[in-house]
Each structure stands twice: as structure tokens, then as C-alpha cells.
Design a protein around this ligand. Structure first.
Ligand code: ATP
Length: 456
């Protein structure tokens, strides 16, 4: 029975989610603030942690950092309002497994928990057997799309995959950097050997050396057994280092040695181990800037940058968005046992007009949630998040010019008023509900209603 910890300051919500999970055969526990959660995590082993993003005593990202320091391998699922989607995307970079948006749909949470547990299982079998295929059969399906921008990238992938060149993949979070590197591995001569992915953003300095290079027994407190590092686990295959810019200078030195001399040394060890691994690194920052700031070693940068791929953000992939939407529709139908075959053109139009800060990952989540809530045979706009359903009208350059005298504040206030009005209409002027959706407290909402002379 898997053990789940729910962290949320709303006790009613906790009780509801807890009883739902207990019915689904989980061993579920609840705590209501960060302090209690840290204590619980230190005292007991949980298989999965679900945490609210806004807690009374700490912000979600700081809590995530603390959790990852204590239990780096336990998947953390973030529960967040859509208004915080950009921060949720950052949380994924920092090692959260996934986010689900509030109001929470229990079936969506359940599907996400099961996916997380399966992925932990996959990693465990990798640690045991030293092999990892590129996902369970059929689970890795790479969609290329037909946009001109991605066709060029695809050509480059075909060219570079069979070589042994190190690759640096650049792109915003969720654009599919790991997916691209899996594809490269599949198309390489190393495809019968393991593909190992490491999220450097989720590793503390202390953990990084042992995770990458392994450690010998007794080399530090807690090193009760000898451990293989991922360089050894990936022997003969491909090692994907996500968020490479996060590695400390000390680890960068060791990594340089591993790539130049093809030798590593375990933490606390005194012998060298030969390694044969192809390196693919990913970053969503401009590493040359980190080099000029002296934070990233220039020699390592050149070493990993033998070939560079720039993955475009989803908003720049035009017609690919529709292809991805239908792909995720199919996957969601399989996962949720639904049978929705079509997506309304209105929905596709809205997708094309949205900025997708979380990129492909966000589209996948939006699709899954909408499929879950859809009652009709075709997916309509009703179950899309407000940000996508009611896009903010951006003033055209002409009107901005016309409005030169208007202070920026006035423009923002206009948008704020529009959003409040729309939300109030949507919830039939129930102010508590509106405040919850807008992610502000009721007092702030009352003040805004007064400030903007909104009639309620
Ligand atoms: N080409 C693709 N075909 C199908 N699904 C994709 C593709 N690219 C990305 N995805 C989906 O989007 C999710 C996020 O992709 P991925 O983890 O590769 O992004 P990333 O850029 O490495 O993100 P991060 O920087 O946050 O680690 C994947 O789990 C997958 O479901």
C-alpha cells in the first residue's frame, strides 16, 4: 500500500482528498503547514507527497527545496491555482514531479499519483538491473509536428544521433528537451544500452557527486553501502543531464574529467573507473552568460557543446499545437478510459492564441483535465482554464501609441477590473468563490470592487 502525505492548510480539503485516496487503497496522511510536513517527512517514509503551493508559513518553492533535501527521490506533486502556473513550471525545474491545478479533481490527482509511482518503480528497476529502456513499450511516442521550425531540428537530430558527439539542448521548461534526448538515444548506436536521465536542478551539492559518480561505503554519514553513480549505470549508453547550469563548480571539474579522460572516481574512493557514456545536457538559461559571469566553466561548456539544438517554445510551433492536442487527447482517453474523438475548432483557436508558459507539459495537463471534465463527444472550451478560455486582450501597437499619455498603472487596472468582472459573472457574484478563483483573499476582493466601482 503506497503511503501519501497531503500538505494543505485547508483541513476540509485534506479530509476529502484523504478519504478519496484511502478508498483507492492508499495509506494517506495530512498535515496543515510546512513545519509539520518537514517533521512528518523526517519521521516517516512516504512514497509520494502532495503539497499545496500556498502555505501559511512558507512559499511552495522553498518547501519543495527542503523536501528535496530530505527525500530527493520521493515524487512531489504540487497543487496550485492556474494563476500560479509560471511558478509551478519553475517548481518542475526544481524537481517537482508534476503539478495539478486547483480546484482539484480527485481522478486527475489519482492518475498523476499513479504515473509518479510507476516512474519511481521504473527508476528502481534501473538501479537494480543497471538498465533502463526508453520507457515501457509504447509509452515513448515522439511527436515531431510539421512546423518548418521543428522540421529543421528533426533533420539535425537525424544527423547527430548516430555520432558520439556531446549535445547541448537549449529550450524553455516543458519544450521536450528530455524527449528529444531520448529520441537521439533511440536513433543512436547505443540504443541497446541504458538511457539515464538526471535532473541536476533537483540535486543538492552534497547529493550531486554521489548521484553522478557513486560513493564508497562510509564515505559520509548515511553512506551505509557502496553506491553506483549514474555514469556507471549508463555504461555504454547515454546520460542526460537536465539543468546542467545548476551544478556546482566542484562538480563541473569532475564532470570535465569524466568527459575528457573518460574516468570517474567515486566519492571517498581512491581508484579510477573507466566510463563510456555519451553526454546530452540541457539548459533553459543562456550558458554563455553563466560562463561570462564565471559560474560555468568555459572548458566544460565547449566540451558539452559539440553540437547544439535549440528547441522552440510551443507558442512558436503553430500547427504543431493541433497535432500535440490530438496526441494528448488520445493518451488522456487511454488513461482516463474516456472516448472523446474530436476537439472543437474554437478550442484549437484558443490554443493557438495562448502563450503556453509551461509549453508541451502544460498542454498535456490542460488536455487531460478538460477530457476528464468533458461530458460531450467533442472537447469544448467550457473546461479550459480561464487564462486560455478568456485570453486577455492585448492592446494593439496602434492603440498603445494612441494611449501614450495613459500611465501603465491605468492599463493594468483596466485589465484587473475586466478579470474581476468576468470572474464575478462566472460565479454568479459569489464573492468567496471569486476570491478563490482569482487567488486573492476576500478583503482584497472587496477593496478592488470598491476601487473599481463594480456594482454587485
Ligand atoms: N515531442 C514530443 N512528443 C510527445 N510528447 C512530448 C514531446 N515533447 C514533450 N512531450 C511531453 O511533454 C512532457 C515534458 O517534456 P520534457 O520533460 O521532455 O520537457 P523538458 O524540456 O525536458 O522539461 P524540463 O526543462 O522542465 O525538464 C513530456 O513528459 C511529454 O509528455
Amino acid at each position: 500500500m503506497s503511503k501519501v502525505l497531503i500538505i494543505d492548510d485547508d483541513p476540509t480539503f485534506c479530509v476529502m482528498l484523504k478519504s478519496f485516496l484511502i478508498k483507492k487503497d492508499f495509506d494517506a496522511y495530512e498535515v496543515h503547514n510546512a513545519k509539520q510536513s518537514i517533521k512528518a517527512i523526517q519521521q516517516q517514509d512516504f512514497d509520494i507527497i502532495l503539497t499545496d503551493f500556498r502555505l501559511p508559513d512558507i512559499n511552495g518553492l522553498d518547501l519543495l527545496k527542503s523536501i528535496k533535501n530530505i527525500v530527493p527521490h520521493t515524487p512531489v506533486i504540487l497543487m496550485t491555482s492556474y494563476a500560479n502556473i509560471r511558478t509551478a513550471v519553475n517548481a518542475i525545474k526544481m524537481g517537482a514531479y508534476e503539478y495539478v491545478t486547483k480546484p482539484i479533481n480527485p481522478d486527475e490527482v489519482l492518475a498523476t499519483i499513479n504515473n509518479a509511482l510507476n516512474s519511481v518503480e521504473e527508476k528502481r528497476s534501473l538501479a537494480k538491473t543497471g538498465t533502463r529502456n526508453t520507457g515501457a513499450p509504447g509509452s515513448f511516442q515522439f511527436i515531431s509536428g510539421r512546423s518548418a521550425v521543428f522540421e529543421k531540428i528533426h533533420e539535425h537530430i537525424e544527423l547527430v544521433a548516430p555520432t558520439n558527439m556531446s549535445i547541448l539542448i537549449h529550450g524553455e521548461s516543458g519544450t521536450g528537451k528530455e524527449y528529444v534526448s531520448r529520441l537521439i538515444h533511440q536513433k543512436s548506436k547505443r540504443n541497446d544500452r541504458p538511457f539515464v536521465a538526471i535532473d541536476c536542478g533537483a540535486l543538492s551539492d552534497e547529493l550531486a557527486a554521489s548521484e553522478l559518480f557513486g560513493h564508497v561505503k562510509g564515505s559520509f554519514t548515511g553512506a551505509t553501502n557502496e553506491k553506483k553513480g549514474q555514469f556507471e549505470v549508463a555504461a555504454g549508453g547515454t546520460l542526460f543531464l537536465d539543468e546542467i547550469g545548476n551544478l556546482s563548480y566542484e562538480i563541473q571539474v569532475k564532470l570535465l574529467r569524466a568527459t575528457q579522460e573518460r574516468k570517474i572516481r567515486k566519492v571517498g574512493g581512491n581508484t579510477d573507473i573507466e566510463v563510456d557514456v555519451r553526454l546530452i545536457a540541457a539548459t533553459n538559461e543562456d550558458l554563455t552568460k553563466a560562463v561570462s559571469r564565471g559560474e560555468f566553466r568555459e572548458d566544460l561548456y565547449h566540451r558539452i557543446n559539440e553540437f547544439q539544438l535549440k528547441i522552440p517554445p510551443l507558442r512558436k510551433r503553430g500547427a504543431d499545437i493541433k497535432e500535440f492536442a490530438y496526441h494528448f487527447l488520445k493518451i488522456s482517453n487511454q488513461e482516463l478510459d474516456t472516448d472523446i474523438q474530436e476537439i472543437d475548432e474554437e478550442v484549437i483557436d484558443k490554443f493557438l492564441n495562448y502563450s503556453w508558459p509551461g509549453n508541451i507539459r502544460e498542454l498535456k495537463n490542460v488536455l487531460k483535465r478538460a477530457v476528464l471534465l468533458e461530458k460531450n463527444p467533442s472537447l469544448g472550451a467550457a473546461n479550459l482554464p480561464d487564462e486560455i478560455r478568456y485570453p486577455m486582450e492585448v492592446d494593439s501597437p496602434q492603440s498603445v501609441e494612441d494611449d501614450q499619455g495613459i500611465a501603465l498603472r491605468t492599463v493594468t487596472e483596466k485589465k484587473e477590473k475586466e478579470m474581476i468582472l468576468r470572474t464575478l459573472e462566472q460565479v454568479k457574484y459569489n464573492k468567496s468563490k471569486a476570491a478563490r478563483i482569482l487567488n486573492i483573499d476576500r478583503k482584497t476582493l472587496y477593496n478592488k470592487i470598491k476601487q473599481f466601482n463594480i456594482e454587485v
